[in-house]
Design a protein around this ligand. Sequence first.
Ligand code: PLP
Length: 457
Amino acid sequence: MSTKEVPYKIYLTEDEMPKAWYNLRADMKVKPAPLMHPGTHQPLKAEELTPIFCDELVQQELDETTPFIEIPEEIRNFYKMYRPSPLVRAYCLEQKLGTPAKIYYKFEGNNTSGSHKLNSAIAQAYYAKKQGLKGVTTETGAGQWGTALSMACAYFGLDCKVYMVKVSYEQKPFRREVMRTYGASVVPSPSETTEVGKKILAEHPGTTGSLGCAISEAVEVATKNPGYRYVLGSVLNQVLLHQSVIGLETKTALDKYGIKPDIIIGCAGGGSNLGGLIAPFMGEKLRGEADYRIIAVEPASCPSFTRGTFAYDFCDTGMICPLAKMYTLGSSFIPSANHAGGLRFHGMSTTLSQLYHDGFMEATSVEQTSVFEAAEMFARIEGILPAPESSHAIRVAIDEALKCKETGEEKTIVFGLTGTGYFDLVAYQKYNDGEMSDYIPTDEEIAASVAKLPKVD
Ligand SMILES: *Cc1c(COP(=O)(O)O)cnc(C)c1O
């Protein structure tokens, strides 16, 4: 099929939107290792998770056999307000790069939260409401998840308490105000409002916080307040499940034009957008029906896949959460205050960790300034001001397209453009003023936090 026939944007109709999420684990021969109880080191049972998470979400978390899980109509109706999201052919970028590669990106930034996170926020809020809960607690790093959850909670009339990583709370006051406008209460983390927050502050006075700290605080508040549960915007299997709408729409759009991607690229913080984008493609790969190169891109300042250890670890700094077997830098690892806030998590989705471990996908890390160079180029050529997180994927997509220029190969590259960067202008300012630095942790720093991994046999 000639490229001329592919429009700049491939849209789907509402009828073509997915009616069920795809559960990638159902097609994995080697399943991700189960979450374990931090005290007993036994796999967690549903009844041990329900005090923390909503009942139906616990079922989804533990379900590794059902390939398709129906999307309730209420959620599909909400999706219709901002989905389907466009799959864009980056004709202008291709031309600028002079590459024979064909570049597509799936743009998830077309909603007020500005990222893909709304896809799971609305699902989690729906199940909390259905269970008759009063509200939910959560953490937010860069602020996208907190914003998405605030929107979802406002829609269903739920109370929403957000623990926001302190560095973001200070750097991104506008995001905080968006959340408050949607009715959420926002507390900078670590805070004096929780036991674990007080402990972290005593041990690390002046810390700018981390996702791990904020998770500990939000979990503590959820478990101590009746009628509340904790919800998480990434890492968990249920979140990857909800995010499969990204990949399912992408696949339907590509199939309409008979396009088969060679390379699929996504940034990886906790792994949810990447896990969602690749889901149906990885499913084909696991079933031996097709092959794709799949690349996870992470910041050099927080390199869980590329320099982490595949082991059981805590998901939070306070060590109160379940243990997950994943690529991790150690739960005591506090990354430098880099600007890709949403990628500052020490661990990684257990599903993606297992797939990476088994050789089904690759990972690479990129430095901050080269990410912003790619972001600037993309903004000027394709018109969208990308989120710094998303720009990690842009960097590698551009690099792969430039390799095609050298070899003359006409590869098809698909990447996830997870969000917009309107609230990341402090970072853009640093870049524009030439004040951005690249921090790469030393082997000693990583070894020190990995040495504190829980001993599990
Ligand atoms: C949160 C976020 C990410 C990273 O989270 P994943 O769970 O790894 O997808 C990437 N991009 C944007 C815009 C985000 O908000």
